[in-house]
Each structure stands twice: as C-alpha cells, then as structure tokens.
Design a protein around this ligand. Structure first.
Ligand code: MN
Length: 151
C-alpha cells in the first residue's frame, strides 16, 4: 500500500516524466517544495516498494506498477478538481483542497463524485437551480446575521 506521501511523489514523478521525459531529484524537490535529501529518501522507498527504479543514463523510471499508480493519482486529482469547480468552489481553494482530500477518498467515492460531476455538467438547469439555491442560502444567512447583530 502506498502512503499519502508516496502517492504525491508518484503523481509528481508521473507528471514530470509525461511532461518533459524525465524526473530529476532536483525537479521533484522543487515541485513538491522539499529538500533534495528528503526526496532522495522517498525515492529509495518508492524503489523498494517496486514503483520506480533508477537507470544509469535515463535516471528515474516508473515500473509498470508505478506508471499505473501515478496515472491513477493524476486522474483522481484532476477528477476531484473538476468536481470542486463544478459545485462552485473558488479556484484558489480548489488545488489546496484537492491536495488535502485526494488521499482520503475511496475508489467508490471517486466514482460517485464522477457521476455527480458529469450529471451536473450535462444539466444546465440543475446547475442553475443549485446556483439559485446557494444564493437564497447566502441571503438567508446574511439576514440571520443582521437579526443577531440587532441590539
Ligand atoms: Mn495531487
């Protein structure tokens, strides 16, 4: 079983390799905002777990298990971000929140959220009804706040 931080590393390594063809320890450290020494340690752990291996001239290489987990992590991230955007979460919160929740949702929850996302995407009337509902709730909250602010 990969730990949350192993999942983050694999997601990043997968992205780097897809994007530029290679993933150097220094690139991973920069992307994850970590010291190269901690990256080196994690890279060893991932190698021991069979997700990556090191080749003399190619550098870090994903094994088939690492490749499929990395891809899965990237898809889960993208899916959760799309879900949050669809329900109206502001963009600046989307990425931060996805980093927090992505490790704590089971595949069945991800699948259900995916269904909900595509349902909402395909139904403009439902999205509008949700936006109206949100608007009414905000107004009711503001009214309540005003009431309790009265002397
Ligand atoms: Mn992520």
């Amino acid at each position: 079983m990969a730990t949350p931080s192993m999942e983050d590393y694999l997601e990043k390594i997968y992205e780097l390799i897809k994007g530029k063809g290679y993933a150097r320890v220094s690139d991973i450290a920069m992307e994850l905002n970590l010291q190269p020494s901690s990256v080196t340690k994690m890279v060893q752990k991932l190698a021991e777990a069979g997700y990556i291996h090191y080749e003399r001239y190619r550098g870090l290489v994903l094994t088939p298990a690492g490749e499929s987990l990395g891809e899965e992590m990237q898809e889960r991230h993208a899916m959760l971000a799309e879900f949050l955007r669809t329900i109206g979460v502001p963009e600046e919160a989307v990425q931060i929140d996805v980093e927090g929740i992505e490790h704590h949702v089971s595949p069945s929850t991800v699948r259900c959220l995916q269904d909900l996302t595509s349902f909402l995407r395909g139904n403009e009337a439902v999205r509008r009804a949700l936006a109206d509902h949100r608007e009414r709730r905000r107004r009711a909250e503001a009214d309540e706040q005003r009431q309790s602010d009265l002397p």
